[in-house]
Design a protein around this ligand. Sequence first.
Ligand code: PEP
Length: 254
Amino acid sequence: MSRKVIIAGNWKMNKTAAEGKALVEALKPLVADVTDADVVVCPPFTTISAVVEAAKGSNIKVGAQNIHWAESGAFTGEISAAMLKETGIDYVIIGHSERRQYFGETDETVNKRIKAALAADLIPIVCIGELLEEREGGKTEAVLDTQLKGGLADLTGDDMKKIALAYEPVWAIGTGKTATPEMAEETHAFIRKTLNDMFGKEIGEGVRIQYGGSMKSENAQQLVAQPNIDGGLIGGAALKADSFSALVHNALTE
Ligand code: PEP
């Protein structure tokens, strides 16, 4: 089954509105030729509107980095699905390991956020991944299985058609250590098998699974060439137009 490649940049807590606008203005001509992949940038909340405006008329899509599950209410510092939708974005990253590590995100809250995003017609990019000690302790598959079963609980096959997953080994995020293409593929294949078991092969085979963790232009081609790797979620290399564009183009090289 052919799955459209998706390359998403996670800007994390970087770029003011003016800086984000400048980055997208610089990126637009560099990726204007990309028709066979979804190119997404995910700025911080306060930068979203400027980036949506700058991306208008281009093939660059915009996403957020988090969403709250409630429609409104006493949740200081949080942002609802309707608020995000109003800005004109299409995607939202959910369950990034930094949110799990620093902000108490659990599989249960990931699940609630996914449901809120889907209800607002936003495409969730759902992050899963193991810690270094879990990888070294031979627990990777058990950890991913738990994250998938918990995070995707009660979702239907139709829901899964609107979701992308991002496998991000936590030990590879921002460290310069990338999983080898073979290691990443082995884990993506496990994730695919788990999805097939949970939702049926027809659905599981259609879900896009991005790789994340120190992906850059130099290793993007080899990673995305793997049968079960359908793109990337990019941190550091997404913060400059030329490095992000080079990564996107290399990822799409046969
Ligand atoms: C990320 O934060 O999702 C990520 C993959 O970061 P980096 O590319 O910097 O490792």
